[in-house]
Ligand binder design. Structure first.
Ligand code: FES
Length: 385
């Protein structure tokens, strides 16, 4: 199997197609239910230049809307730059531009005096509703009708996970710019071959490389045992692993789920880590990172969370550096050049297969590329020998 051609990571004209074929009908993680604690709280979530707002209703439910006023399109809600958290007053959203007001069902309920429109139908100017779903305390939104129910997708790979509703945020959500296309960033999260090789700094590691199990659905799973000592170790990684081994009441392993197209969940003994790749301008993306944990505030657990976060920060810094190199390399390659994907790279193969299936015609047929590469085939000795 071969990867996507270089042009797929470089061509600005693909963005609208990727939005309509991939992002719009997919479930996008917004927040944890604890981030919307009461009626009147809202979270803004942006993806592919679209903005959504999810708010808690007076009845305790969740409603999602396009974050755009039906008058002249102004953004309704400005969430906090890190958390997306915002507040609506008494369940009402008031546009900051000309003052149109919507209730928590999205209905237009107020227009300031003095604004008159010919043959105006207020019912035709409600906010555009979005699909909102929860899975064990995690809140997702979809900009268009999703291909599959969220529960169906996640239960298939994480049915044994505990209820996550009682978790609470342990760090402020973080957005890290990445100078690489979102597909490269996702492929990197699924790639296992770079762990022991990528330089100049080997990533510290808490768990063994994540080897995803093949699946036909839109989510993959993997279990990783605590890692052994390695050359990339730091003080934090050594302390974390030792604490886990000492604390025998909790399993020294982490469960992983990758949800198509851009979300990695890691359930470790000290909490849930979420890494989401958001597309940006050509050759740009953003890693959105969030962490939630249980109520155990013992010294050991706090140290586990602290060291885990340090390692994640170091690893993400190494990842973004490497991804910038790969993106630059794609520019140097020919537009239709591809590289082979090793047979053991299950997650990477799964991701590329889905990109080809969801973007028919936008990705050159593999058969054409295979024919081209066969003429150059030769045996390469293993570097390990
Ligand atoms: S754009 Fe919102 S009230 Fe005018």
């Amino acid at each position: 199997m071969r990867g996507l051609p270089a042009s797929c990571y470089l061509d600005a004209t693909r963005a609208p197609l990727e939005y309509s074929a991939i992002f719009a009908p997919s479930w996008q993680f917004v927040c944890h239910v604890s981030d919307l604690p009461a009626s009147g709280t809202a979270v803004r979530f942006d993806c592919s230049a679209r903005s959504a707002v999810v708010l808690r209703t007076k009845a305790g439910g969740l409603q999602g809307f396009r974050n755009a006023c039906r008058h002249r399109g102004a953004r309704l809600v400005d969430g906090d730059v890190h958390t997306g958290l915002a507040f609506c007053i008494d369940g009402r959203l008031r546009c900051p531009y000309h003052g149109w007001t919507y209730d928590e069902s999205g209905a237009l309920v107020g227009i300031p005096a003095g604004q008159h429109f010919d043959e105006f139908d207020a019912d035709a100017h409600s906010l555009h509703p979005l699909h909102v779903a929860q899975w064990r305390g995690l809140v997702f939104v979809a900009f268009q009708a999703p291909r599959l129910a969220l529960e169906q997708m996640l239960d298939a790979v994480a049915g044994a996970w505990p209820d996550l509703t009682s978790l609470r945020r342990v760090i402020e959500p973080r957005a890290t710019p990445c100078a690489a296309d979102w597909k490269l960033a996702c492929e990197h999260m699924l790639d296992t071959a770079h762990f022991d090789i990528a330089r100049p700094v080997l990533k510290p590691r808490l768990f063994a490389p994540v080897m995803f199990e093949w699946g036909e659905g839109d989510a993959l799973r993997a279990t990783a045992e605590v890692a052994t000592a390695g050359p990339g170790d730091t003080w934090s990684s050594r302390v974390y692993r030792q604490l886990l081994r000492d604390r025998q009441s909790i399993p020294a392993r982490a469960e992983h789920v990758f949800l198509w197209p851009n979300l990695l969940l890691q359930l470790a003994p000290d909490g849930l880590s979420i890494l989401q790749v958001l597309p940006g301008a050509t050759g740009q993306s953003t890693f959105r990172e969030l962490r939630y944990a249980g109520l155990d505030s013992s010294r050991e657990m706090r140290l586990l969370r602290y060291t885990h976060q340090r390692v994640r920060r170091q690893a993400l810094a190494a990842d973004t550096r490497m991804l910038a190199r790969v993106q630059q390399g794609m520019v140097a390659l020919g537009a239709d050049e591809t590289g082979p994907i090793a047979s053991g790279e299950v997650g990477l193969r799964w991701f590329v297969e889905r990109c080809r299936a969801r973007l028919p015609g936008a990705v050159p047929a593999p058969s054409t590329l295979a024919t081209r590469s066969r003429s150059r085939r030769r045996t390469v000795p293993s570097a390990a020998t």
